[in-house]
Design a protein around this ligand. Structure first.
Ligand code: ADP
Ligand code: ADP
Length: 226
């Protein structure tokens, strides 16, 4: 089954804005997939619906075959979300931030500690495990957001413009972590408005504009067209 299957998704906000005008999309397990589009294209709306933060007007979404309306909790257990803005407590330490997050999801303390070490190492933050989060650099904070989302071992990791507004060095640090996450078997979907980001990371992509998918396919095929 696909990691993500979206069928004829529509969203009309209360303001009357039609943010999604019938979007269909399928992402295969193990893929690194980009949803590329300009500001206002509907990317955040789509991610919001998939992660159950926004209600669709119509259409369906399945995560590894689980319909998010019929079985929301089961679908959400398969999914990890990295929000755009850094939102952990700056007065806690990375190790504790990860363990407490895991605790919130019912993961036993001993298991949480094992995972926290693994994720901090993967994010190149192990040497900062017991340092106040406030003192981390911008890049480190962003990588900690990825590490935290991975604590529940999601099969599908979704990132909404993970590198919006950060400089190229920080972006490269995040790309490296995401490549490792994907290489270890997690399906990754990110939204971006940087073609360069999609190009250096993703095997497949969809281009969204004005609430519609205007291109969809392997990165290489689409690059040849541009
Ligand atoms: P993107 O993430 O690609 O920038 P969005 O999904 O944020 O696009 O926005 C798509 C359209 O929906 C835009 O016209 C935006 O102004 C509108 N929109 C987004 N969120 C809301 C909201 N909460 N209420 C009303 N309109 C919204
Ligand atoms: P910034 O200080 O600008 O936020 P980063 O934190 O992203 O930058 O780190 C800058 C560079 O140093 C990146 O290439 C990053 O991968 C590398 N780096 C940062 N922390 C570590 C670490 N603990 N181990 C190995 N490399 C690291």
């Amino acid at each position: 089954v696909p990691a993500l299957e979206i069928h004829e998704l529509r969203k009309i906000y209360a303001t009357g804005v039609e943010a999604l005008k019938g979007v269909s999309l399928s992402v295969q397990p193990g893929d690194f997939f980009a949803l590329l589009g300009p500001n206002g294209a509907g990317k955040s709306t789509l991610i919001g619906i998939v992660s159950s933060l926004v209600n669709a007007s119509s259409g369906s979404v399945k995560v590894f075959g689980v319909d998010i309306d019929a079985n929301r909790e089961a679908a959400m257990r398969l999914l990890g979300l990295v929000p755009q803005e850094v939102n952990f407590n700056f007065f806690e330490k990375p190790f504790d931030i990860l363990c407490n997050y895991a605790g919130f999801y019912g993961i036993p303390r001993a298991e949480a500690k094992l995972r926290a070490e693994q994720e901090l190492r993967r994010a190149q933050l192990w040497d900062k495990a017991h340092t106040m989060a406030r003192t981390l650099s911008g890049g480190m904070k962003r990588r900690l957001m990825i590490a935290r989302a991975m604590m529940t071992r999601p099969r599908l990791l979704i990132l909404d413009e993970p590198t919006a507004g950060v400089d190229i060095e920080i972006r490269r640090g995040m790309w490296r972590v995401l490549k490792e996450v994907n290489a270890a078997g997690t399906t990754v979907i990110l939204t971006t408005h940087y073609l360069e980001e999609a190009e250096s990371l993703c095997r497949n992509l969809a281009i969204i504009d004005g609430g519609r998918i205007i291109e969809n396919g392997p990165m290489k095929t689409l690059l040849a067209k541009l």
